[in-house]
Design a protein around this ligand. Structure first.
Ligand SMILES: Nc1ncnc2c1ncn2[C@@H]1O[C@H](COP(=O)(O)OP(=O)(O)OP(=O)(O)O)[C@@H](O)[C@H]1O
Length: 218
């Protein structure tokens, strides 16, 4: 489903983010991406979503080579991906329900259908009772679970989460992780970057990155 073949990414002559990285993630797998700050975790996740292109090697997602994909095809690729990235914060001028409805409205769903599906997605992350709240009235962990609801409302085949538990206390981090695991249990492929040792200890598969290289082939 996701394959990296000898992938390198060089942002500039002295910024080599990934070096000769190869691995495969099968459909339905839950994989953690570990490594210190600057190891290349975000870069790797961005490449799967065609937010960055490889400088060398191939990134294959659902049989498509990301380096060759036309920019007009990128929205279709992303429609199958649920992205939970730090940059994509909730919009603070509208309520939780409106935030989760947004991906559906921009792809042409009716308001009625979008609302039904957004409520179902909020229910899955345990926050249906907060649908009318404003984002800033929620804790960091709750906001992160809303981000997960927003990422899965389009029913993507793959979830990419970049440090989804960063800055959360243990209890909130566990709830975020449980929400992600629930999607994995219904067949969604999940790739999650994390510094969190406790989270990694419990993981079936961990890909370790250091200075842009794979440390242990998983
Ligand atoms: N747009 C960019 N332009 C130039 N260099 C970049 C860019 N994005 C990342 N880098 C560099 O690439 C390397 C890998 O960065 P990346 O963000 O992928 O690491 P990371 O493991 O996700 O780190 P963190 O955990 O701190 O987010 C770093 O040295 C970083 O400074």
């Amino acid at each position: 489903m996701i394959e990296f073949r000898n992938v390198s990414k060089q942002y500039s002559p002295d910024a080599m983010a990934l070096r000769d990285v190869s691995f495969t993630v099968e459909k339905g797998e839950l994989v953690f991406l570990a490594g210190p700050s600057g190891a290349g975790k975000s870069t790797l996740l961005k490449m799967i979503a065609a937010m960055e292109r490889p400088s060398a090697g191939q990134v294959i997602v659902n049989g498509q080579d990301i380096a060759k994909i036309k920019s007009s095809a990128v929205p279709f690729l992303r429609r199958n991906l649920g992205l939970i990235f730090q940059q994509q914060r909730l919009l603070t001028d509208r309520n939780i329900l409106a935030n989760v409805m947004m991906p559906l409205l921009v792809t042409g769903a009716s308001r009625h259908q979008a609302e039904q599906r957004a409520r179902a997605a909020l229910d899955k992350v345990g926050l249906l009772d907060r649908a009318d709240s404003q984002p800033l009235a929620l804790s960091g962990g709750e906001q992160q679970r809303v981000s997960i609801a927003r990422a899965i409302v389009n029913r993507p085949q793959v979830i990419l989460a970049d440090e989804p538990t960063a800055n959360l206390d243990r209890a909130s981090a566990n709830k975020v992780l449980d929400a992600l695991k629930a999607f994995h249990s219904v067949g969604v492929t999940c790739l999650i970057s994390s510094h969190d040792e406790q989270m990694l200890d419990a993981a079936a598969r961990v890909i370790h990155l250091k200075h842009g290289q794979l440390e242990v082939a998983a």
